[in-house]
Design a protein around this ligand. Sequence first.
Ligand code: DGL
Length: 269
Amino acid sequence: MNANQPIGLFDSGIGGLTVANALAKAMPNERLIYFGDTAHLPYGDKSADLIKGYAEKITHFLLDNHCKAIVIACNTASSVAYEVVKDICADNAIAFNVIDPVVAKIKEENYQKVGIIGTLGTIGSNIYYDKIKAAKSSIRAYSLATPLLAPMIESGFIHGQISELVIENYLVNDILEEIEAIVLGCTHYPLIKKQIEQLYDRLHKSVDVLATNEIAAEFVKKVLLEKGLMANQKSTEPHHFYVSDYTASFEQTTRLFYGAEVKLERVNL
Ligand code: DGL
């Protein structure tokens, strides 16, 4: 491993571009290799075994592209496939999931009651609950699956009444009544972070909204710095964005998640 190698990251589709964006902002010198598994999207309602199989192939692809680190830029895949990715990386790359950094942050901030929203897969795996309890057993964690949010965001419903109604319907829920912080446990959700904050403002509730992309990017930066693996010069090579299936609409949607349109390259694994 050396500092000049790229960082690889993957998601079920283009939602993980919110993580790519946060990584690029936190570490502007780093070159990124992104893989969006658009042929198998969404991961949220797939079985753990299927997702592990996809993660295995993608990890080999990113290692073949000489990545020094592999970030699972998807909460669903982080929930079920982190160990698989970590084993494949062995000593050749550092494996990151987007969940552990958030759990560390919850402990650090000393929250006592936290809510978690995510896909059926992430919430069904109980991963956040289990990891939060393992970090500090007195923290109360309340999970809610919000399966409409990722397709809603991907279809461009971010501002306006429809998304406001859906967000409110999910979040005004007895389960989440007393929380101090809410984890946006899906890499699509940073796009509606503002709308969620506005909802809590309207409700006069003080709830911190924790987006996995920014927290994970800061964590990756910290670890790379500690290990002397952060690039100290901007790479002359551009980022690469690969997908397993291509449509023009995927490419248009990249603007939504990455902040700029990016050129997608199709690759068959
Ligand atoms: N971006 C994925 C996640 O973080 C959700 C989208 C999907 O269901 O594939 O969980």
